[in-house]
Design a protein around this ligand. Structure first.
Ligand code: AMP
Length: 402
C-alpha cells in the first residue's frame, strides 16, 4: 500500500511517500515545495533508489498550492525519476490538519462533512486550517478518487478533562465562541508516548510528561496513555517559551500595549508570535546559536536560555502535581532530541522529584529511543525521536484498514 503524507502550510507543502509492506513503513520519496507563489520558489525531491537517497532541488516557478501539488504528482510519476507507475498507484493521502476543534478526537476519512467542519474552524486557526483545506481540495483534482484522511493536531488532547481545558471567563465565551484550551502537536505527543510505552512497558509508564521542544514547543501530561493536560491552549501561542513565540503571559499585557503604546491588535499579535520568545529576549530563535553565545558569556543569550528552562521546570511541577506523580519524562523534537545542554539544564535541581540524568548517556548521540537517566533516578528519562509524517501515515493506514 502506498500513502502520501501532506503538510500544506501557507507558503510551503511538505510531502512524504510511504510504501507499506508487512507492517513496515518505508519512505520512497520526500521533499517540500517552498516559497509558494513567491520569487525563488523551489521544489525539493529526495527519492530512494535501492539503498541510496538521490536528492534534487528544482528551482522553478510554482504559482500556488494547485501548481505545487501538480508538480509533486508529476515528479512522483515521472518515467525517469518517479517512484510511482501512475497516480492510481497511490492508495491514500494523509493530511496533517492543525485544528480539529471539539469534533475530532481521532483521524477521519475526509468527506464533505469533514471538509465543512475544517472550514468552520478557519476563524480559530486562521494561519493553518485554510492552507490545510486548500491541500485537500487540490488533491481531489490532482489525485481524483484517492481516499484522503485528516489527522488532527488537536485530536490527542480531546481526553483532557473540562477542569483543565476551560478558562475562567464568562461561560458564553465558551458556548458561543468556543474559547477553551485545545492543545497542539498532538500527533507528536501521541507518537512519542506510544514509543515510550512500548520501550518501558505500560506498567512503568503510567504517568508520563512529554516535552516536544522544537521551534514551536509544548508539553503534555499523559496518564495511562491518555492526555490529561497540555501547555498550549486556545492557540499555539500559549505555554512554553518558543523560538519566536512568547508562551504564557499576563493577559493584560497585550491590552496595555494596545491602549497605551499605539500598537494595533494585529501588530501585537505579530510581535507575540514572531518577535518574542527566545528571539525577543536573546536576539536569536535558534537554540544552537544561543547556546554558543551563552558559552561565550553573552548575558542576553544566558537569560533567554534560563527563562526557557525555568518555564519548562514550572510545567514539570504543574503536571506532576495534577497527575499526583510521575514515572517518565520524554524529550523529543529539535532541541529535545539534540541538545544535551538544554536537557541537563532542565533536569538540574529536580532531585526532589527523583529526576537524575546520567551525564554520559545524556551526551551520547543516537537516532534510537534511549534511556538517559542515572541508575539512582526514580524517574525514567527518555529521548524518543519524533516522526510526525510516519505517525500520520500510520493513522491513515489504520483508518483504511478499519
Ligand atoms: P524543530 O522545530 O523540531 O525542527 O526544532 C528546531 C530547533 O531545534 C531549533 O531551535 C534548533 O536550533 C534546535 N536544534 C537542532 N539541533 C540542535 C542541537 N544540536 N543543539 C541545540 N539545538 C538544536
Amino acid at each position: 500500500m502506498k500513502i502520501l503524507v501532506l503538510n500544506s502550510g501557507s507558503s510551503s507543502i511538505k510531502y512524504k511517500l510511504f510504501d507499506i509492506y508487512n507492517s513496515s513503513f518505508d519512505v520512497l520519496a520526500e521533499g517540500m515545495v517552498d516559497r509558494l507563489g513567491q520569487e525563488g520558489s523551489v521544489l525539493k525531491y529526495d527519492r530512494r533508489v535501492e539503498d541510496n537517497i538521490i536528492s534534487e532541488k528544482l528551482e522553478r516557478e510554482i504559482k500556488d498550492h494547485r501548481d505545487g501539488l501538480k508538480q509533486i504528482s508529476d515528479l512522483l510519476i515521472d518515467p525517469k525519476i518517479g517512484v510511482l507507475e501512475s497516480s492510481e498507484d497511490l492508495n491514500a493521502i494523509g493530511h496533517r490538519i492543525v485544528h480539529g476543534g471539539e469534533k475530532f478526537s481521532g483521524q477521519m476519512v475526509i468527506d464533505q462533512e469533514v471538509k465543512n467542519q475544517i472550514k468552520s474552524l478557519f476563524d480559530l486557526a486562521p494561519l493553518h486550517n485554510p492552507p490545510n483545506y486548500t491541500g485537500i481540495e487540490v488533491c481531489e483534482e490532482v489525485f481524483p478518487g484517492i481516499p484522503q484522511v485528516g489527522v488532527f493536531d488537536t485530536a490527542f488532547h480531546q481526553t483532557i478533562p473540562e477542569v483543565a481545558y476551560r478558562y475562567a471567563i464568562p461561560e458564553s465565551w465558551y458556548t458561543d465562541h468556543h474559547i477553551r484550551a485545545y492543545g497542539f502537536h498532538g500527533t507528536s505527543h501521541r507518537y512519542v508516548t506510544e514509543k515510550a510505552r512500548e520501550f518501558l512497558g505500560n506498567a512503568n509508564s503510567k504517568k508520563i510528561i512529554t516535552l516536544h521542544l522544537g521551534n514551536g514547543a509544548s508539553m503534555a501530561a499523559i496518564k495511562d496513555g491518555q492526555c490529561v493536560d497540555t501547555s498550549m491552549g486556545f492557540s499555539p501561542l500559549a505555554g512554553l517559551i518558543m523560538g519566536t513565540r512568547s508562551g504564557d503571559l499576563d493577559p493584560s499585557v497585550p491590552i496595555y500595549m494596545i491602549n497605551n503604546h499605539n500598537l494595533s491588535a494585529g501588530e501585537v499579535d505579530k510581535i507575540l508570535n514572531k518577535e518574542s520568545g527566545l528571539y525577543g529576549i536573546g536576539g536569536d530563535s535558534d537554540m544552537r546559536d544561543l547556546e554558543q553565545r551563552m558559552k561565550k558569556g553573552d548575558k542576553s543569550a544566558s537569560l533567554a536560555i534560563n527563562m526557557y528552562t525555568y518555564r519548562i521546570k514550572q510545567y514539570i511541577g504543574n503536571f506532576t502535581a495534577i497527575m499526583n506523580g510521575l514515572d517518565t519524562l520524554v524529550f523529543t523534537a529539535g532541541v529535545g532530541e539534540n541538545s544535551d545542554f538544554i536537557r541537563k539544564e532542565i533536569c538540574r535541581n529536580l532531585d526532589y522529584f527523583g529526576i537524575e540524568l546520567d551525564k554520559n548517556l545524556n551526551s551520547n548521540r543516537s537516532e534510537m529511543v534511549r534511556k538517559i537517566n542515572s541508575e539512582n533516578s526514580k524517574i525514567n528519562i527518555l529521548i524518543v525521536p519524533t516522526n510526525e509524517e510516519l505517525a500520520i501515515a500510520q493513522r491513515t493506514y489504520d483508518v483504511l484498514e478499519r
